[in-house]
Design a binder for this molecule. Structure first.
Ligand SMILES: [Zn+2]
Length: 216
């Protein structure tokens, strides 16, 4: 199976760092915990993680949907993260985790119709370009911002706690403030990505992005 394939999309200018990573990262299988997925390194339409499970954490919706799922190791880690958050008196709530290639396609097509393709790409990834397809990413929020995925979440007590503690559980704030040029995404305080504890500790200590971590 093709683990990662080149995108049909043109290389984004000024992304020289990512082009380097592209060469290096092509050998990394999609099911690696440290896999780098972004607007240049894309997952194939066929890639579906084989160990998706539903973590025992609170969700902002009641339906039994695939977006509850995460890969097993990430699911166990997110349970520990949520347990500690709850212990610390927080109401961290999960909004969306796994998303299939097809589901991402539906979302992007919908956003493109509403906003136009350029605007759609600022708020939603093209299919194959979303970390949610890895089963290692999860969007979280809190009642204080009505469970919305908005920048203000970063200033809630849950958002601040997440920034200070996510790495202890193997998660990183994947799209930090001030790193838009490297990640290709605006600041998303709600999107955390499981990379394993070892990588997360280095990334947090050195204030890196996954892009920077991967090439250094
Ligand atoms: Zn997300």
């Amino acid at each position: 199976m093709i683990k990662q394939v080149d995108t049909d999309h043109p290389i984004i200018p000024n992304y020289t760092g990512l082009i380097l990573k592209k060469q290096k990262n092509l050998a990394v299988p999609a099911n690696s915990i440290e896999v780098l997925v972004n607007k240049e390194l894309v997952l194939s339409a066929e890639y579906v993680p084989q160990d998706l499970v539903v973590p025992n954490i609170p969700f902002s919706f009641t339906e039994d949907l695939p977006k509850r799922k995460m890969r097993q190791e990430a699911a166990r880690a997110v349970e520990m993260l949520f347990t500690q958050a709850e212990h610390d008196g927080l109401q961290l709530t999960s909004v969306s985790a796994y998303r299939s290639y097809l589901r991402q396609q539906e979302i992007f097509t919908h956003n493109s119709k509403v906003r136009g393709e350029t605007e759609a790409n600022k708020v939603s990834a093209r299919p194959g370009e979303s970390e949610h397809q890895t089963g290692l990413a999860i969007d979280v929020s809190a009642p204080a911002v009505d469970y919305q995925l908005i920048e203000e979440f970063g200033e809630t007590k849950e958002g601040r706690w997440l920034r200070e503690n996510a790495h202890k559980y193997g998660f990183i704030i994947r799209y930090p403030k001030g790193k838009e040029e490297t990640t290709g995404y605006q600041y998303e305080p709600w999107h955390i990505r499981y990379v394993g504890r070892e990588a997360a500790l280095v990334i947090a200590a050195k204030r890196l992005t996954l892009e920077e971590y991967t090439i250094t």
